[in-house]
Design a protein. Structure first.
Length: 467
């Protein structure tokens, strides 16, 4: 078995079931890893060492009794700090929520516990999740384990750094415009943005509801696609409190993905330029997939409007939702969140008619994109324009800011498409570069199956050298 910190979930879970290794050993090793790396990375907001050891002892006793155990029994899992875990502080990176302690587990957390996962702590985020760099006035910045001078991304940057560095075996992030996929790309791991409703977002802050439910989803993150799929399989399923939740009959690809499917290499003038090394990573991924599928360029129309509409909802509309909470407490806000509000806030509020028109346009452009993918169920694209940037270089400004550099990720949130990041190479500065495997709504299992084929063809991806 690889180092316990970088072993695969299925491998560890099997050794626990066979009594070759104890859950207590797993948790003690990961807690020691956190103790060693937290001063460098600042990935965690809260570490529940006592609770994790208590869960580990119970998990070990269950195995010794010969009980039937779940797929994640004894596996060390971390959670983004905007998702409720009973008894834990879940501040979502803000001084305004510093005293918030969750009373109950989010539905997805309860499902993880039910299958034996051991929750070790929650991870750092930008304030209220509204940035692609994990830094805030409450807990400070999170560093990239590949290069400490670089950002781990956002908003699930703490989660990506914790997993990539071997402090947890996998975990849960959330994604409103790339916030699972971009940190995974920056940190050299995998992460799934699922179709809205496939995993309940109940217990996530901010709550995804109404017209905004399409934008934000919760999703699994791990070092391999197989591990991402294992966590997804545990968390997925309907929940009455999630308005988009529905019982989807999931397809199984246990016997393999049909070789005749078509994979499109995404092309669109709306997405902007990427680095040469990023283009090379996509080309390499396309060549590997061409050994299994029909791979050809696909010019997708409508993405410019999709990205504009994404910003309308994620920018001006979401900013208005925060106004009552921050009014009179502006001095306590993080600089990046203040910048977001200054860029997103409109001098003249949109009318109800304008808002409704945007909702209609969203549905129309989504339908047009789905129609173009009728015969091409999988797309391949960059995750964003470049590898991880240096601390402090992330911003909301034109050209160099998030709205332009992360366009490859944003349109999926407007359209409600699933997408998974697969590490595929490195920049000249030895920073990870991921590619994005994209699918049609509710075809998450196909996306993961194709991503796993790509990952297998790519070969082993090494652990970070920065820690």
């Amino acid at each position: 078995m690889d180092s316990i910190y970088f072993a695969r979930i299925a491998e560890v879970a099997e050794k626990i079931r066979n009594r070759e290794i104890s859950p207590c050993e797993i948790i003690d090793a990961h807690l020691e890893r956190i103790r060693k790396l937290q001063p460098k990375l600042n990935a965690f907001v809260h570490v529940d060492a006592e609770g994790a050891r208590r869960q580990a002892r119970a998990a070990e006793a269950s195995v010794l009794r010969g009980d039937t155990v779940g797929a994640l029994h004894g596996v060390a899992i971390s959670i983004k700090s905007c998702i409720d875990v009973a008894g834990w502080p879940c501040p979502a990176g803000s001084r305004l929520r510093v005293d918030y302690v969750a009373g109950d587990d989010a539905v997805l957390v309860a499902r993880l516990r039910a299958t034996g996962a051991i929750l070790i702590g929650n991870t750092n985020v930008p304030e209220f999740l509204m940035a692609y760099e994990t830094d805030n006035a409450l807990c400070g910045k999170t560093s990239n384990p590949w290069e400490l001078s670089r950002s781990a991304g956002g908003s699930s940057g703490g989660e990506a750094a914790a997993i990539a560095s071997g402090c947890s075996m996998g975990g849960v992030g959330s994604d409103g415009g790339g916030s699972v996929r971009v940190p995974a790309h920056f940190c050299g791991i995998s992460g799934l943005k699922p179709t809205p409703g496939r995993i309940p977002s109940t217990g996530h802050f901010p709550r995804g509801a109404g017209a905004f439910a399409w934008l934000g989803v919760v999703g699994p993150m791990a070092r391999t696609v197989a591990d991402v799929r294992a966590i997804f399989d545990v968390m997925k399923g309907p929940d009455a409190d999630d308005g988009l939740s529905a019982a989807i009959e999931a397809r199984s690809f246990s016997e393999g993905v049909p070789r005749g499917i078509r994979v499109g290499i995404l092309e669109s003038n709306a997405l902007g330029n990427v680095t040469a090394e990023t283009s090379e990573a996509v080309a390499r991924a396309a060549a590997l997939l061409a050994e299994h599928f029909v791979v050809e360029p696909l010019q997708l129309k409508g993405l410019e409007l999709a990205i504009e509409l994404w910003w309308f909802f994620f920018g001006p509309m979401v900013a208005r939702l925060f106004e009552p909470m921050v009014e009179g407490r502006e001095a306590e806000l993080s600089p990046m969140f203040r910048e977001y509000l200054s860029v997103a806030s409109l001098k003249i509020a949109p009318t109800v008619d304008e808002f409704m028109a945007a909702c209609v346009k969203r549905d129309i452009v989504r339908a047009k994109i789905i129609k173009q993918m009728r015969d091409v169920p999988i797309l391949l694209s960059p995750v964003c324009a470049a590898p991880a940037f240096r601390h402090g270089e992330g911003n909301w400004q034109p050209v160099c800011g998030y709205r332009d550099t992360m366009r490859h990720a944003q349109w999926l949130n407007l359209a409600g498409f699933p997408g998974v990041t697969v590490p595929m190479g490195f920049s000249g500065e030895a920073l990870p570069i991921g590619v994005q495997v994209i699918g049609r709504p509710n075809e998450d299992e196909l996306v993961l199956a194709v991503a796993e084929i790509l990952e297998t063809a790519r070969g082993k991806f090494n652990a970070p050298r920065g820690v």
